[in-house]
Design a protein around this ligand. Structure first.
Ligand SMILES: NC(=O)c1ccc[n+]([C@@H]2O[C@H](COP(=O)([O-])OP(=O)(O)OC[C@H]3O[C@@H](n4cnc5c(N)ncnc54)[C@H](OP(=O)(O)O)[C@@H]3O)[C@@H](O)[C@H]2O)c1
Length: 186
């Protein structure tokens, strides 16, 4: 069964990158143990959009080594070095393939459109949102318009000593979910 988690940091006003597309404002908050290693150990695969992929390629080291990485893109293959698979299929098709390969525990790493595609497909079970105590005023929004209304139940909130507020949410299957919907199928 697909078990997708959104694990992401957003500014207090809801942005994941600033107006220049940079995530440098996150750096002062990275030197803190949020339990990432335990999270990383329990996921099988990472799905992201092509902008996030391109940004990650600028890091000194590929941060997702050892896990299957799928890049959602309609622009065709971007690189040939085997670090990621470039995929123009839907969230449901990608998730079904991963599930068949025994890689059902997916981290939907961002940005907003892949996350929304997985939410709309009913594939996300959990949100783990790190609210960074910074108001950027402008930038790339985490939350983009989608097709589906969902409910969430708060599981736990931690106020870290550096001011980051981490909240775990469980997505609650909407009432009246049809038996043939992705929610029950995948
Ligand atoms: N704060 C954080 O924790 C965090 C986490 C992740 C990313 N980020 C940052 O946030 C920014 C993300 O930017 P973004 O949200 O604009 O980019 P993104 O989601 O990473 O990439 C957007 C692009 O991916 C492709 N794509 C997205 N959804 C798709 C879908 N459903 N099907 C097919 N293709 C799809 C499209 O491009 P093509 O079809 O042209 O390829 C789209 O323009 C980056 O700056 C990144 O570094 C921050």
């Amino acid at each position: 069964m697909t078990d997708a988690t959104v694990y992401i940091a957003q500014s207090l006003d809801g942005y994941i990158a600033d107006a220049e597309g940079s995530i440098a404002w996150l750096r002062p908050f990275e030197v803190w143990d949020y339990g990432y290693d335990a999270f990383w150990a329990r996921i099988d695969a990472v799905v992201m959009g092509s902008t996030t992929y391109r940004d990650c390629r600028r890091f000194p080291e590929w941060p997702y080594r050892g896990k299957a990485v799928f890049v959602m893109t309609r622009s065709g293959r971007l690189d040939e070095d085997g670090l990621a698979v470039f995929d123009d299929r839907s969230a449901v098709e990608i998730a079904l393939d991963l599930e068949r390969a025994g890689l059902g525990r997916i981290w939907v790493a961002g940005g907003g459109r892949p996350i929304r595609a997985f939410l709309d497909a009913g594939l996300v079970r959990r949100l783990r949102i790190f609210q960074i105590p910074v108001l950027l005023g402008a930038g790339t929004p985490l939350w983009v318009a989608g097709k589906r209304r969902l409910s969430a139940r708060p599981i736990a909130t931690t106020v870290h000593g550096n001011g980051v507020v981490e909240t775990h949410w469980e997505i609650v299957a909407p009432a009246g979910t049809a038996d043939d919907s992705p929610w029950t199928r995948v």
